[in-house]
Design a protein around this ligand. Structure first.
Ligand code: GDP
Length: 478
């Protein structure tokens, strides 16, 4: 997925010179017609405050996913989605638990919530959604897959420990994703803590808190005693309000898979976060390379629900397979469309797999050499006597030239076996046999694995073939 500088500028409605300026700021010196990768394009667009999507998704939208832009009058406020990040043992899990507990005890005492990967909390009638997997690995792996679901990051810093390596990483990840940070300075119940030290360390790492003239909110909390949790939640709502988060409940639902598994009793189960639109039981949906019709939806309190709007995490039943975390999710008009999209995606995956496992053959060796994709020709030699193995090895190795090095990675006496094919497959080698014949089973395996397997009776014919292949002059076999 690449785009030229010119096309990107056009797509995001900016001057080429503005785009190039941003590129240079990133240390990328590209010409107007040069292609840049998606991640770079995304970084730049985000810098302009514009979100871009991969073409692939757009193509699919054209087959049936609703593509009209949301009308401004349809946009309604939606709850913020929060990720908790920070150094190990600074209290991320404890903080999430504390947040959920304050909420449960005040509303539905004793109501043990079911773990579905995300949970909703209500503060003064406003909802906040927390992703249950703390840590920036989850955050980053989602982002690497093109999913951006977090509106605000809570950076947990233990007051008695300060900024640590993973705190720095979390800061960098949140900044790279352009996600605002709220600092939760945790463990303030501990005796003898020095909060000024923590604030100083944060400022050393580019997080200047409000009290010190910056923009970042810092809330002192204790996940243990519950102190400050209410304030933290209120601050989240305040920050969310400033982001003016909106979505259109009237369209087909789109979202991201947060978790998925194959449940023995219930089949494929996925938790998705709905990011736009409303999902209803009975809707046809696509998620990654699975599709289906929503048979049931369960919210984070374990209740069955019939529909779910923007920023709602729900567990869904009815998919054909378990998708992967980070997969995008779309509801579509009808089953047929869902199936078509998935078939298209699967075909594309197969094609990519095939290309990835395409093995070198003597026929296409020259092409690979010219493309520069093959610098070494690996060969396995099997023969009826040791003398032949040695003779062939030596003659083959001598064929090495500046472009390709010929390497005999394995040589031995005896027929060609399954393990020779496996080795060839793993090391992208061709197999040459003298006066030995593989069994039909082995021949079939070679064919399945796309291994070029050749047998000869005369040594110099084998050498001549390899030599010709290296020069692109191998006679085709009919
Ligand atoms: P995580 O690795 O960031 O998820 O950290 P945990 O939530 O597992 O907490 C690590 C340790 O710190 C545990 O032993 C917690 O009991 C303790 N802890 C967490 N929050 C507090 C707090 O506010 N005060 C105190 N005294 N201990 C805490």
């Amino acid at each position: 997925e690449k785009v030229t500088v010119k096309d990107l500028a056009e797509k995001i409605g900016k001057n080429v010179s503005e785009v190039m300026g941003k590129l240079i700021a990133l240390g990328v010196f590209a010409t107007i017609n040069q292609e840049i990768d998606f991640d770079t394009a995304e970084l730049i667009s985000t810098d302009f405050g514009i979100a871009i999507e991969k073409e692939e998704v757009k193509e699919e939208i054209e087959i049936g996913l609703e593509q009209e832009e949301d009308r401004p009058e349809d946009l309604k406020a939606r709850p913020p989605v929060i990720t908790v990040m920070g150094h190990v043992d600074h209290g991320k899990t404890s903080l999430l638990d504390a947040i959920r507990n304050t909420n449960v005890t005040s509303r539905e005492a004793g109501g043990i919530t079911q773990h579905i990967g995300a949970s909703e909390v209500e503060v003064h009638g406003n909802k906040i959604v927390f992703l249950d997997t703390p840590g920036h690995e989850a955050f980053t792996s989602m982002r690497a897959r093109g999913a951006s679901i977090t509106d605000i990051a809570i950076l947990v810093v233990a007051a008695d420990d300060g900024v640590m390596p993973q705190t720095k990483e979390a800061i960098n990840h949140a900044k790279a994703a352009n996600v605002p940070i709220i600092v939760a300075m945790n463990k303030i119940d501990k005796p003898g803590i020095n909060s000024d030290r923590v604030k100083q360390e944060l400022s050393d790492h580019g997080i200047l808190i409000e009290e010190w003239g910056g923009e970042t909110i810092l809330v002192p909390v204790s996940a243990k005693t519950g102190e400050g949790i209410e304030t933290l939640l209120e601050m989240i709502l305040l920050a969310a309000e400033m982001l003016e988060l909106k979505a259109n409940p009237k369209r087909y639902a789109t979202g991201t898979v947060i978790e998925a598994k194959l449940d023995k009793g219930r089949g494929p189960v996925a938790t998705i976060l709905i990011q736009n639109g409303t999902l209803k039981v009975g809707d046809s949906v696509v998620a990654g390379s699975s599709y289906g019709r929503i048979r049931a939806m369960i919210n984070d309190k374990g209740k069955q629900i019939k529909k779910a709007g923007p920023s709602t995490p729900v567990e869904i039943l009815g998919l054909s397979d378990a998708p992967e975390a980070g997969d995008l999710f779309h509801a579509v008009k009808e089953d047929k469309i869902a199936r078509q999209i998935v078939e298209k995606r699967k075909a594309k995956d197969r094609e990519e797999n095939l290309n990835a496992t395409a093995k070198v053959t003597l026929e296409d060796l020259f092409k690979h050499i010219q493309e520069g994709s093959v610098k070494e020709l690996n060969i396995i030699v099997k023969a009826d006597v040791q003398g032949s193995v040695e003779a062939v090895k030596q003659s083959l190795v001598k064929l090495s030239n500046e472009e390709v090095k010929v390497k005999v990675i394995h040589g031995g006496v005896g027929t060609i076996t399954e393990s020779d094919i496996k080795l060839a497959s793993a090391s992208n080698a061709i197999i040459i046999g003298f006066n030995v014949r593989p069994s039909t089973a082995v021949e079939n395996l070679a064919e399945r694995e796309n291994i070029d397997l050749r047998t000869y009776r005369i040594i110099y014919e084998a050498i001549a073939d390899v030599e010709a292949a290296m020069k692109g002059m191998l006679d085709p076999v009919y």
